[in-house]
Design a binder for this molecule. Structure first.
Ligand code: ATP
Ligand code: MG
Ligand code: MG
Ligand code: MG
Length: 506
């Protein structure tokens, strides 16, 4: 019989807390306490940023927890892949252990390996580890020490793989703590050596655990210097670990999602059940839509319980609306599906995160309100949309979901009499009218206009660079204030907080 996810989570915590002297620290809310550089908490380390920055004294030297994480923007944006694979979610739990200037490389690797192979009993013949191969431009050489630690722990040399800065060097931001990392990957399908497929995005050979050695500091002038103290920061995807231990290739086939898939079907009994397969047999993308709806339901429920306000967070509102659209168009439920499903999430996760239970009525009220707003919006644009369809029947190919954006985009294209969607126009459709790359391609196709997605990408890169320079400015400002000791050093509930309210200072 499968080990259940609840036991898996508990074993992780017991291993670090009871057996290895760590303290349990509650998950922080998914909205950062006071950090203007990220919209959502995207890793377990976020609440400990102050410790790594050296602005906050750690209450304990060893801590562990299971942190609620959201990855829908910034450096970690998994929104567009959710549903298309079985192991990226918008909301997931990150199991983590930390050492603040206490143990370092040897113990971090040893504990991770012992937990996976002795406690969870994962066959070593399915595991790979990666380490930092060094980078001349950073002036940091190959992390031979880590490589040797893995060898000593019994990992076969052919399964210890070097990777570069992209995969195995972690940085907190443009300035700040950073360091090499070592990762553990699991092969779902075979014991045969498939090391050439590690980090290649296969859905059956996935990264499970990332262990970061925070030992450097990236300075404003881009140089790197050693930190006074060395820290360990680790993160393991709870849903991925569960799929490994329950012998399922996809996270959606574990008990973390089964109940939700069943609940969706129970509410939409006329549709086929979730089959849990990728590819050909996925009738009309139904399985993919099941995955997306289940994922977004968890994400929306958790965010609303943590006080995210859709009106103030457009990114979140789009995801919420996507669930309404899926409910309506795919699952043929005009009203109330998300609200109904949110109950299942609360029931399933409420014991781990009591705030879900506590705030359930707030979650329901928000969903009801937002669904109403969404419906009104749909009604008000549907007349305009019908008119446009009469004017140009080709627009039928477009999804009415995004019709408010399409209507404006269409008007823009008509008024400028554009003969092609060049980079300039594409950027305007993206930036001003809110179409994503996919939407631009669709409207270009519908109107038989030529369009080169790469040109847009280049333009977006330029824009990103600009905003990067902007955030570099903000970060520099914060760090200057930190250096001058002008920012409060609070230790409130061991939460990351180097400023009471950043806005005040910036
Ligand atoms: P990947 O390369 O698979 O996208 P990552 O390198 O972006 O993962 P990290 O930032 O190293 O992930 O986060 C630590 C761990 O959190 C990962 O090893 C993985 O197990 C898990 N994780 C990361 N992103 C997701 C996600 N979107 N959904 C579920 N688990 C995730
Ligand atoms: Mg990622
Ligand atoms: Mg990775
Ligand atoms: Mg990683």
């Amino acid at each position: 019989k499968d080990i259940c996810s609840k036991t898996i989570r508990q074993k992780f915590l017991d291993y670090f807390i009871d057996e290895n002297n760590h303290k349990f620290v509650k998950s922080s809310p998914v909205v950062p306490y006071c950090d203007p550089t990220v919209a959502f908490v995207n890793a377990g380390m976020n609440q400990f940023k102050g410790v790594f920055l050296g602005t906050q004294e750690p209450q304990y030297l060893r801590v562990a927890n299971s942190q609620k994480c959201i990855r829908v923007g910034g450096k970690h944006n998994d929104l567009n892949v959710v549903g298309t694979d079985g192991y990226h979610h918008t909301f997931f739990e990150m199991l983590g252990n930390w050492s603040f200037g206490d143990y370092f490389r040897i113990d971090a690797c040893r504990m991770a390996w012992e937990l996976l192979t002795n406690v969870y009993k994962i066959p070593t013949s399915r595991l790979y580890v990666t380490y930092f191969k060094g980078d001349e431009s950073l002036g940091i050489s190959e992390d031979v020490e880590t490589k040797n630690i893995w060898k000593e722990l019994g990992v076969h040399e052919s399964r210890i793989l070097p990777f570069g800065t992209n995969d195995n060097f972690w940085e907190m931001g443009l300035i700040g703590p950073c360091g090499p990392c070592t990762e553990i990957h699991f092969d779902h399908i075979t014991s045969k050596n498939r090391s050439e497929f590690v980090n290649k995005g296969l859905h059956d050979l996935v990264e499970v655990w990332n262990i970061v050695f925070i030992e450097y500091y990236r300075n404003i002038d881009r140089t790197i210097t050693p930190l006074p103290k060395q820290h360990v920061d680790t993160g393991m995807g709870f849903e991925r670990l569960t799929s490994v231990l329950q012998g399922k290739i996809s996270n959606y086939d574990t008990d973390i999602f089964n109940y939700l898939m069943k609940a969706i079907h129970k509410n939409c009994i006329h549709l086929p059940e979730y089959k849990g397969l990728f590819g050909e047999s996925d009738w009309n993308h139904l399985d993919q839509n099941y995955r997306t709806l289940a994922d977004h339901t968890r994400m929306c429920t958790v965010c609303l319980a943590d006080g995210v306000i859709p009106e103030e967070n457009q990114k979140f509102r789009r995801i919420l609306r996507k669930t309404f659209v899926l409910s309506e168009t795919v699952f043929k439920k005009e009203k109330g599906l998300l609200k109904e499903l949110s109950n299942y999430v609360v029931e399933n996760l409420g014991l781990v995160y009591p705030e879900l239970e506590k705030n359930i009525s707030q979650v329901h009220q928000m969903i009801d309100y937002e669904e109403e707003v969404y419906r009104n919006l749909r009604e008000s644009v549907s007349k305009d949309w019908q008119k446009l369809l009469e004017e140009n029947p080709k627009l039928h190919a477009l999804d009415i979901i995004e019709s408010p954006s399409y209507i404006n985009a269409y008007k823009e294209i008509k008024s400028t009499n554009a003969k092609a969607v060049d980079a300039e126009l594409a950027f305007k459709l993206y930036d001003t009218y809110g179409l994503d790359e996919d939407g631009i391609q669709k409207i270009a196709n519908a109107l038989d206009l030529e369009y080169d997605p790469e040109a847009l990408e280049k333009k977006l890169d330029q824009a990103k660079l600009k905003s990067k320079q902007g955030s570099l400015k903000i970060e520099t400002k914060i760090h200057k204030l930190l250096a001058k000791n002008e920012i409060g050093k609070t230790n409130d509930n061991f939460k990351y907080s180097y400023v009471k309210n950043n806005e005040e200072y910036l």
